[in-house]
Every structure is written in C-alpha cells, then in structure tokens.
Write a protein that binds this ligand. Structure first.
Ligand code: HEC
Length: 258
C-alpha cells in the first residue's frame, strides 16, 4: 500500500505530465525541425544587421514579391532598414498601386508613395491560388512569427529542397522539402546561385540569400524588437539601482535599532 506521503505526489506527477504534454512541440508527420542558426538579433542584446536587412529586402522584392504579399509593410518602413526617406521614396516610385475612386468614380493606377503598403501581386485570394496550382502563397508580413522555428524555419525551407525518397512519388506541381511539415511543398525552389546581385561583396549563393531574406522577414514581423529590448534593459537597470538604494535606506533606518 502507498503511504500518505507518497499519495501526495500523485497530483504533482499528473500535473507535470499535463504540462509536458502540452509543451512538447507537435511534430507533423514528415518534415524535420529546421536546424538552429546564429542570428545577430538573438539574445537580449541582439540587434538587426542593417546590411543584411537591405540585402534581404532586395531578395524579397526581386524574387518572393512575385507571389507573396506583405501587406502590413509600407514604403516608409524601409527607412528602418537604413535607407533615407529620399531613397525609400525612390523605391516606392518603381511600383504602381490602385487608388480611387476619382471624381468620376473610377479606380486609377498611380505610382506608390511612402504611405502606401507593398502592393499585392494578385488581385485576390482566388487569383493567388489559381496561379499556384491551388496552393496560396501566404502573406509574409508575420510569417516568421506565425511559424514554429521562425527565421530558422524560413532558412530551412529555402535550403531544404531535395529529391524525394525512392518510395515517394510526387504529383505534378509538388516538391520535396526536408523542413516543410509533411515534406511536400507546392512552391518550387525560388532561389538559385547568382539570381540576385549584391553590391556589398556578399556571396551570391542560395545559402546567403536564404539568410538575408530570413533576416528581413524577421524584422518585418517584429520591427520594434530593438526598442523593446532596450526598454527591457533600462527597466532592469532601474530595478537594480532601486534595489541598491532601498538596501542603503534600510540600513540607515534600522542602524539605531539593536
Ligand atoms: C512562383 C511563386 C512563388 C515565389 C516566387 C515564392 N514563393 Fe514561397 N510559396 C509559394 C506558394 C504557392 C507557397 C505555398 C506552398 C504550399 O502550401 O505547399 C509558398 C510557401 C512558402 C513558404 C512556406 C510557408 C508556410 O506556410 O509555412 C515559405 C517559407 C516561402 N514560401 C518563402 C518564400 C521566399 C522566402 C521566397 C523568395 C525567396 C518565396 N517564397 C518565393 C509561391 C512562391
């Protein structure tokens, strides 16, 4: 028979089973977890690398933007990547957006302004799915936040294309990716070596493009990360100083009590 003392452990055991059960990451059938990479934005002192963000934006705008929208980001936000307002304006001027209706009730096309959000490559969801064999390219504004693994996952997908195992037949329009949950992905490998030209001498390889675009997409889903960390550090320093002050005051107040 169990002793009373041992019985008390039962709820603790049940609770820990529950907690670990909930927090064990669900693993989809097929698809490995993307390996962890080192990023400049890791840790409490981590910051974005402006050069990597600019290269990542270049990869996004020249490659991914053909299929993936990013509707929460506006051209003004590009100043956060280290571009001046004039440069961001010049970038915007390369794009056309729909505006209106004008006085006659018609929608009009005009060049984009700083206040405009990145235009969607497709008129609507149906058009997006139709153009991609029925699979809709997800909006990228919050993709890093929305996916387990974040930047590591984006990097993994970009570098994880491989031949399917011999016993697996892919249907037309399907591709095999080591890190895609379920392994089968409708997107064909969008990157290839030399596809995007870099001016800063960084290597023009799939791995480098993948790193840069993952960096850029992390910024897009958390543009205020640096401020948030700075505020956290300030609050911590304040509390530290406050604790020290309280200690000194306490010693003074109680000094005469024996
Ligand atoms: C030709 C169109 C096309 C281009 C270009 C393209 N994608 Fe995709 N992408 C898709 C489609 C379609 C899907 C949905 C795939 C699926 O659900 O199987 C997708 C899915 C993804 C996913 C997985 C999303 C998820 O739901 O987990 C990632 C990550 C991704 N794309 C990143 C990129 C990046 C980064 C680029 C640019 C380097 C890019 N894509 C360029 C069409 C494209």
């Amino acid at each position: 028979m169990f002793e009373m003392k041992q019985m008390r452990l039962v709820p603790v055991l049940l609770l820990s089973l529950l907690v670990f059960g909930i927090y064990t990451p669900a693993q989809a059938a097929g698809g490995e977890e993307a390996p962890e990479q080192h990023w400049s934005f890791d840790g409490i002192f981590g910051t974005y690398d402006r050069a990597a963000l600019q290269r990542g934006y270049k990869v996004y705008s020249q490659v991914c933007a053909a299929c993936h929208s990013m509707d929460r980001i506006s051209y003004r936000n590009l100043t956060a990547l280290g571009y001046t307002e004039a440069q961001a304006k010049a970038v915007a001027a390369n794009y056309m957006v729909e505006d209106g209706p004008n006085d006659e009730g018609d929608m009009v096309e005009r060049t984009a302004l700083l206040s405009d959000h990145f235009p969607n490559p497709y008129a609507n969801k149906n058009a997006a799915a139709y153009a991609n064999n029925g699979a809709m390219p997800p909006d990228m504004s919050l993709l890093v936040k929305a996916r387990h693994g974040g930047a590591d996952y984006i990097y993994g997908i970009m570098t994880g294309y491989e031949e399917p195992p011999a016993d697996h037949e892919l249907l037309p329009g399907q591709n095999w990716n080591r890190y895609m949950p379920g392994n089968v992905i409708a997107m064909a490998q969008p990157l290839s070596d030399g596809l995007v030209s870099y001016e800063d001498g960084s290597s023009e390889t799939v791995a480098q493009y993948a790193r840069d675009v993952a960096h850029f997409l992390t910024w897009a889903s958390e543009p205020h990360m640096e401020e948030r960390k700075r505020t956290g550090i300030k609050a911590f320093l304040f509390l530290l100083a406050f604790t020290g002050l309280m200690y000194v005051i306490k010693r003074k107040v109680w000094a005469k009590v024996h």
